[in-house]
Design a protein around this ligand. Structure first.
Ligand code: BGC
Length: 451
C-alpha cells in the first residue's frame, strides 16, 4: 500500500482487475436545498429543527450544497480517479408528499447527476433509502406503520422507472439496524422515538420493505444488480467469563445478525435475544416468505470494533458496550476505536453464511479533526486509517474470502447526523462558510492509488 505514489495500477496488481473502487455519500448529508424546487419535509428536516438534538444546533438546510454543486463534486470524483459513485435519493425531493404526484424537478436533479456521472465515465450506484423518511408518513407512524411497505415500494417504483435505464447498481436500504435502533429505540436520530414496541415494529417493517423494494426493482430493471447495505462491527467480549461471552453474542445478534439472517431465510436471531419474539406477534401470514430475497450483493459498512460486557441493568440485551475512551485506545472524532482488523473480521464473518453472492464494503472511513493551512489539509491520521483498512481488506481477499469492492465514506466533509458538521469524514475538506473544497492528503493518496 505504501508504494501508491510510485506504482501506477497498484490497485489492480493487488486487488485484481474486477475489484470495484468507489466513494459513498447520502442525499441528506450532502444536498442541502432543503426547501427548493418543490422538495417536501423529511423526518431529518424536522428533527434537526428541534432543540438539543444536533451538536451545535447544526442543520442540513445547506449542507454541502451538492444540489447546486454536483458538477464540481463529480469533477472532483473524476479528478480523484474514483470510478464508482454511491449516492442516495431524497424521498421528499422526488415525492414531496411521500406518495402521489412525482416532483419533476426532483427527477430532473437526479437525472442531471446520473448523466453527468456517465459523461465523466463514473458509474452511479444508487441507495434508495438513506434515512430521510417523509415527515407526512412519520405523522402516520412512520416505520412502525405496516403501510410503510406500500409507501416504500411506490418510492422504489418511482426511482426504478425513472433512473433504471441508466443505473444498474442499486442498494435498497442503508443500515436498517442504525435507523431503527437510533431512530425508534434510543431516540437519538430522527424521528426521535423511544421504546421496544416501536423498535420491533420498525425492524420488521424494514425487513419487509427491503424485500418488497428489491422485488419491485427486479421487476422494473431486470438487469439491475441489487443489493442492500448493513452496518456491522467486530464484537469481542470484555473478558473470557461466560457472562461476557454470552453478552457479546447477544450484542452481535442485535448489531450484526438481525437483518441479514431473515433475508437469507434464517429468521430473526430469537434464540440469543428472546425479546425479538415480540416480532412473531406482529407477523402476518406470508411474512416469512416475504422476508427473504436473493440479493446480488450485500454491502457491509464497518468503522470499528465493540467490546461488550454483561450488564443486567440494560434491558432486553443485558449487555453494554465498553466505551472506547475507557479502553486507552486511539479514537476518532466519533470516539470510536481505530481498529483496522475489524474490517477483516466482518468480511470473514459474513463469508461464513456461505450463500451471499457478492460482498462489497460500501462504507469505511474515519472522522478526525482537520485544519486548513496555506491551502493544504494534511490528514495523516485518516490517510493511515485508509491504508491500514485496505491492507485488512486485501488480507481477507488474499486468504480467499469473498470481497468484491470497497467504497470510502465519504467524498467531502458533510452533515454527520446528530454530530452535525463537527465530525469530518471527507477525502475532501469543506470550508462550510465559503463551500470551498480542498482535497486532503488522504484524497490525494486514494487518487494516486487508483490511477
Ligand atoms: C452511515 C453514514 C454515516 C457514517 C458515519 C453510516 O452509519 O450510513 O450516513 O455518515 O456511517 O457515521
Amino acid at each position: 500500500m505504501e508504494a501508491a505514489h510510485q506504482d501506477p495500477h497498484l490497485h489492480k496488481q493487488l486487488f485484481g482487475d474486477h475489484f470495484i473502487w468507489g466513494v459513498s455519500t447520502a442525499a441528506f448529508q450532502m444536498e442541502g436545498a432543503a426547501n427548493l424546487d418543490g422538495k417536501g419535509v423529511s423526518i431529518w428536516d424536522a428533527f434537526t429543527k428541534k432543540k438539543g438534538k444536533i451538536l451545535n444546533g447544526d442543520n442540513a438546510d445547506i449542507a454541502c450544497d451538492f444540489y447546486h454543486r454536483y458538477k464540481e463534486d463529480i469533477d472532483l470524483i473524476h479528478q480523484l480517479n474514483i470510478p464508482n459513485f454511491r449516492f442516495s435519493i431524497s424521498w421528499t425531493r422526488v415525492l414531496p408528499n411521500g406518495d402521489g404526484e412525482v416532483n419533476q424537478q426532483g427527477i430532473l436533479f437526479y437525472n442531471n447527476v446520473i448523466n453527468y456521472c456517465l459523461e465523466k465515465g463514473i458509474e452511479p450506484w444508487i441507495t434508495i433509502y438513506h434515512w430521510d423518511l417523509p415527515q407526512v408518513f412519520e405523522d402516520k407512524g412512520g416505520w412502525t406503520n405496516r403501510q410503510i411497505v406500500n409507501w416504500f415500494t411506490y418510492f422504489v417504483e418511482v426511482c426504478a422507472s425513472n433512473f433504471g435505464d441508466r443505473v444498474k447498481n442499486w442498494m435498497v436500504i442503508n443500515e436498517p439496524a442504525v435507523f431503527t435502533g437510533a431512530g425508534y429505540f434510543f431516540g437519538i436520530h430522527a424521528p426521535g422515538r423511544i421504546g421496544i414496541k416501536s423498535y420491533l415494529q420498525a425492524v420488521h417493517h424494514a425487513v419487509l420493505s427491503m424485500v418488497a423494494g428489491a422485488k419491485k426493482l427486479r421487476a422494473i430493471v431486470p438487469d439491475a444488480k441489487i443489493g442492500t447495505t448493513f452496518s456491522c462491527s467486530h464484537i469481542e467480549p470484555y473478558s473470557n467469563k461466560t457472562r461476557d461471552i454470552n453478552a457479546a453474542k447477544r450484542a452481535d445478534a442485535f448489531i450484526n445478525r438481525l437483518f441479514i439472517e431473515p433475508i437469507l431465510g434464517l429468521g430473526y436471531p430469537v434464540q440469543e435475544v428472546p425479546v425479538l419474539k415480540g416480532i412473531e406477534k406482529i407477523k402476518q401470514p406470508g411474512d416469512d416468505e416475504n422476508m427473504r430475497f436473493d440479493f446480488d450483493f450485500i454491502g457491509l459498512q464497518n468503522y470499528t470494533r465493540e467490546i461488550v460486557k454483561c450488564s443486567y441493568f440494560t434491558p432486553y440485551v443485558f449487555a453494554k458496550l465498553v466505551k472506547a475512551e475507557k479502553r486507552d485506545v486511539e479514537l476518532t472524532t466519533m470516539r470510536w476505536e481505530v481498529y483496522p482488523p475489524a474490517i477483516y473480521e466482518v468480511i470473514k464473518k459474513f463469508n461464513a453464511y456461505g450463500n451471499i453472492k457478492e460482498i462489497y464494503i460500501t462504507e469505511n472511513g474515519s472522522a478526525f479533526e482537520d485544519s486548513l493551512n496555506n491551502g493544504i489539509v494534511d490528514d495523516q491520521k485518516r490517510l493511515k486509517f485508509l491504508k491500514d483498512n485496505l491492507q485488512q481488506v486485501l488480507k481477507a481477499k488474499t486468504e480467499g474470502y469473498k470481497v468484491n469492492g470497497y467504497f470510502v465514506w465519504t467524498l467531502t466533509d458533510n452533515f454527520e447526523w446528530a454530530e452535525g458538521y463537527h465530525a469530518r469524514f471527507g477525502l475532501i475538506y469543506i470550508d462550510f462558510k465559503t463551500q470551498q473544497r480542498v482535497i486532503k492528503s488522504s484524497g490525494r493518496w486514494y487518487a494516486n492509488f487508483l490511477k
